[in-house]
Design a protein around this ligand. Structure first.
Ligand SMILES: Nc1ncnc2c1ncn2[C@@H]1O[C@H](COP(=O)(O)OP(=O)(O)OP(=O)(O)O)[C@@H](O)[C@H]1O
Ligand SMILES: [Mg+2]
Length: 243
């Protein structure tokens, strides 16, 4: 399969604190990879380095055959091809659901407002939010807000969607609707990198699971491999506590 993105030996420190200690990861087209690991292990920092919200100290991010951390690669183009879904939705409360979904794509994609709106409405339908295009985020439940955020991500036509704990700010009864929305995206062939503490979900949805501990990848493998026969006690211990 074609690699969409290839990350090699990525490192990041904050001050004298080494947070990411040389991480490598390949994502193939259509693949769903989940990052799991204890709090503070660097999962969010890794996602933020991948989409350049943080500048990695060193390493390579190879996208379409080019290391985007080197030379004069237009990072704005790259950023536009990665969409991120955050724990706290990051919607604009003073705008309608539809405007939330179209604002960035109208700016970034070279497409007309009409085209972008059509696409946004299609994506809002897809996540079950088609009846809410005129609503404000403040009128929605957490699960609905997160589904709008997913529709917004889709409207960017991303190569990859990154999810950073998309359900951890939700009331328990809303977790399911968001997870099943993400599951539908897998069926559509989207490439996704997911950070989640929902172990049943990552086991079901992922093609590959990466266990991070203290800024390193301790082990990676298929869901069955990681959940039923992890190589390390550290992984087993984490899974026992989190299952
Ligand atoms: N901007 C920053 N400045 C300084 N330290 C930071 C910064 N961002 C993250 N850190 C530190 O980096 C470490 C890793 O944090 P990170 O948020 O990536 O962990 P995480 O695996 O996402 O944890 P959680 O499961 O709690 O979300 C933590 O010790 C955190 O305090
Ligand atoms: Mg985090």
């Amino acid at each position: 399969m074609e690699n969409i993105i290839e990350i090699k030996n990525l490192k990041k420190s904050f001050g004298s604190k080494k947070i990411l200690k040389g991480l490598s990861l390949n994502l193939e087209k259509g693949q769903v990879v989940s990052l799991i690991g204890p709090s503070g292990s660097g999962k969010s920092t890794f996602l933020r380095c991948i989409n350049l919200l943080e500048r990695p100290d060193c390493g390579e991010i190879i996208y379409k055959g080019e290391n985007i951390l080197q030379g004069d690669f237009k990072t704005a183009d790259f950023k536009g091809k990665l969409a991120m879904v955050f724990q706290n939705f990051n919607l604009f409360n003073n705008m309608s659901v539809l405007d939330n979904c179209t604002k960035a794509p109208i700016k970034v994609l070279k497409a007309s407002r009409e085209e972008v709106e059509e696409k946004a409405i299609k994506n809002l339908d897809l996540v079950g939010m088609g009846d809410f295009i005129k609503a404000r985020p403040s009128q929605l439940s957490g699960g609905q807000k997160q589904r709008v955020a997913i529709a917004r991500a889709l409207t960017m036509d991303p190569d990859i969607i990154l999810f950073d704990e998309p359900t951890s700010a939700l009331d328990p009864e809303m977790v399911g609707e968001v997870l099943s929305t993400i599951n539908n995206l897998k069926d559509l062939g989207l490439t996704m990198l997911i950070v989640s503490h929902e172990m049943d979900f990552v086991r079901r949805v992922s093609d590959k699971i990466i266990f991070m501990d203290q800024g390193k990848i301790l082990e990676e493998g298929s869901p069955d491999q990681i959940f039923t026969s992890p190589k390390y006690d550290r992984t087993r211990q984490f899974l026992n506590v989190n299952l």
